[in-house]
Design a protein around this ligand. Structure first.
Ligand SMILES: Nc1ncnc2c1ncn2[C@@H]1O[C@H](COP(=O)(O)OP(=O)(O)OP(=O)(O)O)[C@@H](O)[C@H]1O
Length: 615
């Protein structure tokens, strides 16, 4: 027993007395079972000769007493063991939680943290309740069984000892060797799968928008299949070892009987030895189960020990299993379990550069015809008979007050929401007719509240275009105003951004999501509030560089609250309560009375002061 187990045992020190008590009670329970079998055998075989009843009285009482005491002992053992272990587990869980919460550097992903708090901490519980307590009990009872057998026949006791050694030492060792590798892979894999579940649910909209859902699902499925394979293999090996255990029990009982007969032991006692041997070997075989449990628990224990032992901020970012990227690339130095590669629909796209390095496919002509969306029956329509032509290469902004239906427009265009009335077509074909792989090539971009994955900057960027080269990465991040930050990071493109981009400022997160959208460069680039969270100067710069970086011929649908920087756009559509209330170019709208002009004045005054308006 080494490192992690010792750390756990050190934590168990305050509960040592209770644990030792539980171990002794477990041994007493097993011993009562063994004694019950032996006494009952003696009773039956002796009774067959019809002796006077008083010869049997003690044995009859003993059988009853042992049967009752066995149940009582088992109950108290469970009570004492669980009492001690649940107290310990509460301590460990509190410490693990405190360490996770206090840790600086890269925090674990929610799924992984959950897995550490739940299944890894349960490994501590299992180590004590399923490995140490039953293991110690089995060891003690084996010694007692050999001692008792020696009282009847020393040679038979030797045969029993040999059988018990095989059952209690050789078989557990064999089980450990056979299951070690698979067992070590299982706990981290469970953690990674839990993290996959978080990404697939929280990042579902962005994965769909970049056409990476299939790839991410595929990667998660491959990991799930790997886990299932490992668990099947562990179960099959376990059954094989269990079968060997039954064989060992039979062979040992046979050997004990032969040796005892040769040594001239009385027939009834031979029977007692035979049944006692079967019972003793069965109890010792608990060590095989304990060993199998132990190999399965080791990696979970190691992770708990690592967390408990580490000072809150000493753990290195990226330690532990590699954080799989949403597109299936391993991002850390640890075990890249089931890395999925970069195949799939997203990888099959053509080349396209944020800086105009090439076109995916020509931008389609988009047409909204009388589109109506109502989220709930009876609720006001979020979009109410909306019409818009967005021919290839056109750049249109949609503005309007909060709740006007702007994001709903983006959701309808990207296929996330189906209109209740009217239709949206790309090159004359209804959006709903495009497959989930096909649509993101034509339409995509930065959705409202874009999800940033717990992966490196590079992997977050590559979500929409896995084959992008360094130049394209630089072009996209430069346009989004993130390139200087990336250059300043010690790990550069490999900087892990934390779950939901938690290691980034709000503005950096937004720039990263924007750079990702630019890199994906779909024919119709939807940008929902691309400069949200940036100060006015930065917002103007980023919007200008973003529009400049969009390849010529690609269309842009810009959704924004800010009216600054829209002068160069082909059309601005003002929405209110799902209806178009104004449309035109910036200069026209600023000149005409209406929501646009009022809002423009207010925003200019807020950002530059009222004097700037008159100047
Ligand atoms: N998933 C939804 N379920 C129910 N109602 C929704 C949903 N999404 C939006 N709505 C409603 O639809 C209307 C339009 O919302 P939408 O998000 O499209 O407006 P918006 O113009 O983008 O607003 P904001 O500028 O505040 O983001 C709002 O009244 C909103 O409450």
């Amino acid at each position: 027993m080494s490192g992690p187990e010792l750390t756990v045992l050190r934590l168990a020190r305050p509960y040592l007395k209770r644990l030792v008590g539980a171990g002794l009670l477990a041994a007493a329970t097993e011993f009562a079972g063994l004694a019950l079998m032996a006494t009952a055998t003696w009773l039956l075989m002796t009774a067959a000769d019809r002796p006077p009843l008083d010869r049997l009285t003690v044995a009859i009482v003993a059988v009853r007493a042992l049967a009752v005491s066995r149940g009582v002992l088992r109950y108290t053992e469970r009570l004492a063991g669980h009492d001690a272990v649940l107290r310990l587990v509460t301590d460990v869980r509190t410490r693990v939680f405190a360490t996770l919460a206090a840790r600086r550097g890269a925090p674990p992903r929610t799924g992984d943290a959950l897995s550490r708090l739940v299944s890894d901490v349960e490994a501590v519980q299992d180590l004590l309740l399923r490995v140490l307590v039953p293991g110690a009990a089995a060891g003690l009872v084996s010694v007692a069984a050999v001692g008792l057998a020696a009282l009847i026949s020393p040679p038979a006791a030797l045969a029993l000892a040999a059988g018990l050694l095989v059952a209690g030492v050789a078989l557990p060792a064999l089980a450990t060797v056979l299951t070690r590798r698979a067992g070590a892979e299982v706990a981290p894999l469970r953690g990674v799968l839990a993290a996959d579940a978080v990404d697939l649910t929280h990042g579902a909209a962005d994965l769909a928008a970049f056409g990476a859902t299939g790839t991410a699902l595929g990667a998660a499925e491959r990991r799930a299949q790997r886990l299932a394979r490992l668990e099947r293999r562990l179960a099959a090996l376990g059954f094989a070892v269990d079968a060997l255990g039954v064989l060992v029990a039979g062979l040992t009982a046979g050997a004990v009987v032969l040796v005892a007969l040769r040594a001239g032991v009385d027939g009834v006692l031979v029977g007692v030895l035979a049944v006692g041997t079967l019972a003793a070997v069965e109890i010792t075989l608990a060590l095989v189960a304990a060993a199998r449990q132990w190999t399965g628990l080791r990696s979970g224990l190691a992770r708990v020990a690592q967390l408990v032992a580490a000072a809150p901020d000493t753990e290195q970012p990226g330690a532990g299993p590699a954080a799989p990227s949403p597109v299936g690339r391993p991002t850390g130095a640890g075990t890249a379990v089931g890395a999925a590669g970069t195949g799939g629909a997203a990888a099959n796209r053509g080349a396209a550069g944020a800086g105009g390095a090439g076109l995916l496919a020509g931008a389609p002509d988009v047409r909204f015809e009388g589109v109506t969306v109502r989220y709930r029956a009876g609720a006001p329509a979020a979009l109410d008979g909306f019409d818009l032509d967005l021919p290839a290469g056109r750049r249109v902004a949609v503005v309007g007050p909060s709740g006007a239906g702007k994001s709903t427009l983006a959701a309808v265009l990207t296929g996330a929401v189906r209109p209740d009335g009217g239709r949206v077509t790309l090159d004359g074909r209804d959006v709903s007719a495009y497959s989930p792989d096909e649509l993101p090539r034509a339409v995509g971009g930065l959705l409202a509240e874009a999800y940033v994955f717990h992966a490196s900057v590079r992997d977050n960027l590559l979500l929409g275009r896995p084959d992008a080269d360094e130049d394209a990465l630089i072009a996209a991040t430069t346009a989004a105003g993130l390139a200087d930050w990336v250059r300043a990071q010690p790990d550069g493109w490999d900087t892990v951004v934390g779950e939901e981009g938690g290691q980034l400022s709000g503005g950096q997160r937004q720039r990263l999501a924007l750079a990702r959208a630019l890199l994906a460069a779909p024919g119709v680039l939807v940008l929902d509030e691309p400069t949200e969270g940036l100060d006015p100067v930065a917002a103007d710069e980023v919007l200008a560089s973003t529009l400049a970086a969009t390849p010529a011929g690609h269309s842009v649908l810009l959704i924004t609250h800010r009216l600054s920087g829209l002068a160069g756009l082909d059309e601005i559509v003002v929405l209110d309560a799902g209806r178009v209330v104004q449309r035109g170019r910036h200069a026209e709208l600023v000149a005409a009375p209406g929501w646009y002009r009022d809002q423009w004045v207010l925003q200019q005054a807020a950002e530059h002061g009222y004097l700037a308006l008159s100047g």
